[in-house]
Design a protein around this ligand. Structure first.
Ligand SMILES: C[S@@+](CC[C@H](N)C(=O)[O-])C[C@H]1O[C@@H](n2cnc3c(N)ncnc32)[C@H](O)[C@@H]1O
Length: 248
C-alpha cells in the first residue's frame, strides 16, 4: 500500500473535479444518493441516530443526511476535506483513509457512496475497507454502499454539455474494461468555457454482486438488498447494497 498522502495526491491528479471541489458540487448537484440512502435507512433501520460516511468527498450527501442523523464524514483527499470545511462548516469531516482508520466509535449506519469503494482496487485492501466498516458498526448497524456492480463495456465515446459557473463545458467520455483486473477506466476530456482542456483517467474496480456479498459476509454483514433504482431489478452498472451488521 502506498502512503495515504501519496495515494491522495494520486487520486486528486486523476480527476479535474477533485482539483476543483466547488465544480464537483455543481456537477453533482442533481444527485439523488442522499435521498435514496435515507429511504433505505428508514426502511431497514428506522431508529438509527448516528451515521458515518466513508469517502464523503465534499460532504454533499452528509449535508442532507445530517438533517436527520448525527454524522461524521471521512475522505482521503485533504483538498476535498478543506473545501468541505469551508463550504459546510457545521459538519464533522475528517481526512483519513478508510482502509486503515479507526475512530473508536460505533455508529448505527455506515455508508460509502458515490463509487468511493471502487477507488480501492486490490482484494486485500477491499477486505481492509470492509474491516473498517465493521469496526465502526454498532449492533445491527446498517451498511449502505453505492458502487459499480457491472462494467460499462461500450467503447464508443459519448459527448455531453455540463453547465459550470463560467458557462457550458463539453465533456467527452469513453470507457475501457479490463476483465482480468475488473477495472473499468473512464477517460474524460473536458473543454472548459475558457477553452482550456483537461483529461481525467478514473479507474474504478467493479465488484460484482456475489463478490460484494463475499466481502460483506466476511466482515460480519448480512446482505438485505441490492437495487439499482431502475425499477427493473438489478441490472447495473451501479447499485445500492444494503446490509446489516450481525456481530456484537
Ligand atoms: C466519486 S467521489 C464520491 C464522494 C461522495 N461520496 C459523493 O458521492 O459525492 C469518491 C471519493 O472517495 C474518496 N476516497 C477514495 N479512496 C479513499 C480511501 N482509501 N479512504 C477514504 N476516501 C477515499 C476520494 O477521495 C473521493 O472523494
Amino acid at each position: 500500500m502506498t502512503s495515504p498522502r501519496t495515494e491522495a495526491e494520486h487520486v486528486e491528479a486523476t480527476n479535474l473535479l477533485y482539483r476543483d471541489p466547488a465544480l464537483y458540487d455543481v456537477v453533482q448537484s442533481d444527485s439523488t444518493s442522499a435521498g435514496m440512502c435515507q429511504t433505505l435507512i428508514e426502511l431497514h433501520r428506522p431508529n438509527a441516530r448516528t451515521l458515518i460516511d466513508f469517502g464523503c468527498g465534499t460532504g454533499r450527501d452528509l449535508e442532507n443526511l445530517s438533517k436527520r442523523f448525527e454524522c461524521i464524514g471521512v475522505d482521503l483527499q485533504p483538498g476535498m476535506v478543506d473545501y468541505a470545511h469551508l463550504a459546510r462548516p457545521g459538519l464533522d469531516i475528517r481526512a483519513d483513509d478508510m482502509r486503515t482508520m479507526r475512530l473508536g466509535k460505533r455508529m448505527d449506519v455506515v455508508t460509502c457512496m458515490g463509487n468511493s469503494l471502487a477507488y480501492v482496487h486490490d482484494n486485500e485492501e477491499i477486505s481492509q475497507v470492509f474491516a473498517t466498516f465493521a469496526a465502526h458498526a454498532g449492533p445491527s448497524a446498517l451498511l449502505v454502499l453505492c458502487s459499480p456492480v457491472a462494467p460499462i463495456t461500450r467503447t464508443e465515446p459519448t459527448v455531453a454539455t455540463v453547465d459550470t459557473p463560467r458557462g457550458p463545458a463539453t465533456v467527452t467520455i469513453r470507457h475501457e474494461w479490463h476483465l482480468r483486473t475488473q477495472i473499468n477506466t473512464m477517460h474524460r476530456h473536458w473543454v472548459l468555457p475558457s477553452g482550456d482542456e483537461a483529461r481525467d483517467e478514473i479507474r474504478r474496480r467493479v465488484l460484482f454482486p456475489r463478490e460484494l456479498e463475499r466481502y460483506a459476509e466476511g466482515a460480519g454483514f448480512e446482505i438485505l438488498d441490492m437495487l439499482d433504482g431502475s425499477g427493473r431489478g438489478l441490472i447495473g452498472p451501479t447499485a445500492y447494497t444494503v446490509a446489516r451488521y450481525t456481530r456484537r
